[in-house]
Design a protein around this ligand. Structure first.
Ligand code: FE2
Length: 199
């Protein structure tokens, strides 16, 4: 038998959040108020989910964060998880989103507004047989340097913020996504474990 140890988990929403008038207004407001990223563009507003027009979307996102952080990872509810910054990424045909991760965040996420089969590529920092590149007969998540997950509009992905990721060169009309970070507050550690912090 094979016992898998210390693997990483990426969460994909089972349900889809429908595009509505409120979200269209938000996108229209921000489309021209952007700054250049390395290849694509990011909204000047980096607290997009604080817009009252995003209230429903924010609570839907929060519901999925609860499932991932508390139900899946079994974190105690005394550790309060909250969304910090949230911003829009606009990626035109031929552009890409550079390789990065999200410092000062616990769980990060991306919500997709437009399109189908939108690629998000995760990079494996636990390379198999470090320092070697061996021929393989099949592409699997264990033997590859990267693994690409595909998403469609209305879907949400959550992942540990330290995981490196990028978006390969995009082919299509316009890729619009909302990315966000989270942090924690409350009584987060253990008194007897000498890890107690109240923040
Ligand atoms: Fe990202």
């Amino acid at each position: 038998m094979i016992k898998r140890l210390f693997y990483k988990s990426v969460y994909k929403s089972d349900d889809v959040y429908p595009m509505d008038d409120n979200l269209s207004k938000v996108l229209n407001t921000h489309r021209t108020k952007v700054y250049d990223n390395i290849s694509n563009a990011t909204s000047n507003d980096t607290y997009v989910l604080n817009n009252p027009l995003c209230n429903e979307l924010k609570s839907w996102v929060h519901g999925h964060l609860v499932k991932f952080f508390y139900d899946y990872y079994k974190i105690d509810k005394e550790v309060k998880m909250y969304i910090t910054q949230s911003w829009l990424n606009f990626t035109e045909n031929g552009e890409y989103h550079h390789h990065h991760n999200h410092p000062n965040s616990i769980i990060s996420g991306v919500f997709y507004f437009t399109g189908e089969d939108l690629e998000l590529r995760f990079h494996n920092d636990q390379e198999l047989f470090k320092g070697f590149s061996l021929k393989t007969n099949e592409y699997t998540e264990d033997n590859s340097d990267t693994y690409t997950v595909k998403f469609s509009s209305g879907e949400l992905v959550l992942f540990p913020s330290h995981m490196k990721h990028d978006v390969p060169k995009f082919k299509g009309k316009l890729r619009i996504s909302l990315a966000f970070n989270t942090f924690i507050k409350g009584d987060i550690g253990s008194l007897s474990g000498l890890t107690r912090v109240e923040i």
